[in-house]
Design a protein around this ligand. Structure first.
Ligand SMILES: [Zn+2]
Ligand SMILES: [Zn+2]
Length: 183
């Protein structure tokens, strides 16, 4: 190999190597650009989602309406994967709405002043004077939610403890506290 041929070979080799490196670098840069872009896109979407809750919910509703089977499946899988958490969460929600309701209606029995929330129940006094017990227990949370949505209407509603509530039922609609002070 002559000196000249050797030099040409070295230069050729160097060029090839630098090209290879450039190619790798370019690929790496492109990949980084892709990742940055991806993060940027996700961040942008999250931002849009935060600023457009109604549109986002509408999109979700639309998707769910279009794919009912898939929606049911996903909900089911999610429920079983998070069952314990869901039950605890629902209990907390029920307890919270119950406390809110008791506070909204004065926090004590309208007849005897019982304060223990576990003894309290909500009465709805109808126009005709009939009373209808609105349970505050397990099934009562939906009624509480309903009343909350209406802004806790006061007219016709009062808290009673179970004692006064039952006493009234056995005493022609008037709590024995009122008709017989010794009872
Ligand atoms: Zn009472
Ligand atoms: Zn009473």
């Amino acid at each position: 190999m002559g000196k000249r041929t050797y030099l040409i070979f070295i230069m050729f080799y160097a060029t090839i190597m630098s090209m290879k490196q450039t190619k790798e670098e370019m690929a790496q840069k492109a990949h980084l650009r892709y990742l940055r872009n991806k993060e940027h896109k996700i961040a942008k979407r999250e931002e849009w989602r935060k600023n457009h809750p109604e549109e986002w919910n509408a999109r979700i509703r639309k998707y769910r309406a279009k794919h009912p089977e898939r929606t049911r499946q996903v909900a089911k899988e999610w429920y079983y994967a998070n069952k314990e958490h869901v039950l605890v969460h629902l209990k907390i929600k029920r307890d919270n709405i119950r406390s809110e309701m008791i506070a909204a209606y004065g926090g004590k029995c309208a007849c005897c002043g019982e304060l223990n929330p576990r003894f309290l129940t909500l009465d709805h006094i109808n126009g005709g004077g009939n009373t209808e017990r609105v349970g505050l227990g397990w099934s009562g949370s939906s009624i509480a939610n309903h009343l909350k949505r209406k802004g806790w209407p006061q007219a016709g509603y009062q808290l009673l403890c179970f004692n006064c509530n039952c006493g009234r039922a056995y005493n022609n609609g008037i709590c024995p506290h009122k008709t017989n002070p010794l009872a």
